[in-house]
Design a protein around this ligand. Structure first.
Ligand SMILES: [Zn+2]
Length: 187
């Protein structure tokens, strides 16, 4: 989305938040560029309630380069969630190589939640990595990656995945109250 488009979206969100009982957060999934910088400026990021970051390119990079790239992106103070952390798509492509212990440690240090992406093609991260990240004491964010209303139901696959990784309520930021969630997001 261009900056002008996202600002239009914010106006819509503000209208709904005034009128309705639900609260919609202003958020975006932002690309981690090749050099580890993000494709929105900090000026824009700081106005968002929730910032997800993700790799969508350069999957064939070396493990060292990919690790450095993601660690650098996690250093940005406006980042809240690392989305679909390995990039794998089941039966379509392997995830990229990176040192995920280092990445999860950085997530913990920077209070960034690790996404469990519930799209049945992704299920990213997998159960063993979930358990590993839990041992490093990161928080998790359950996401559907929904591009349509019907795929919101995919959350059940993510919940199954989280259970296979031994997660409990306290590990998952989706279980927080609105107030607690905002506190987590503001770091
Ligand atoms: Zn994505």
């Amino acid at each position: 989305m261009k900056e002008s488009e996202i600002k239009k979206q914010w106006e819509e969100i503000e209208k709904i938040n005034k009128k309705e009982q639900v609260k919609i957060l202003k958020g975006a999934e932002v690309n981690i560029l090749d050099d580890g910088t993000l494709d929105y400026e900090d000026e824009l990021l700081k106005k968002l309630d929730v910032v997800l970051i993700a790799v969508h390119s350069g999957f064939k990079s070396s493990k060292t380069k990919m690790t450095k790239r993601i660690l650098k992106a996690l250093d940005n103070n406006y980042v809240n969630i690392l989305a679909h952390p390995t990039g794998r798509k089941i039966f379509q492509r392997e995830g990229y190589k990176a040192d995920f212990d280092e990445i999860f440690k950085k997530c913990k240090q920077k209070k960034v939640a690790v996404e469990i992406n519930s799209d049945p093609i992704r299920l990213d991260i997998n159960d063993r990595m979930i358990l590993r990240a839990k041992q490093i004491q990161v928080k998790f964010s359950m996401g559907t990656d929904a591009h349509t209303q019907s795929s919101l139901e995919n959350i059940k696959y993510g919940v199954g995945q989280a259970r296979r990784g031994w997660l409990e309520k306290n590990d998952v930021i989706n279980t927080l109250s609105y107030k607690q969630l905002i506190k987590f997001l503001k770091k």
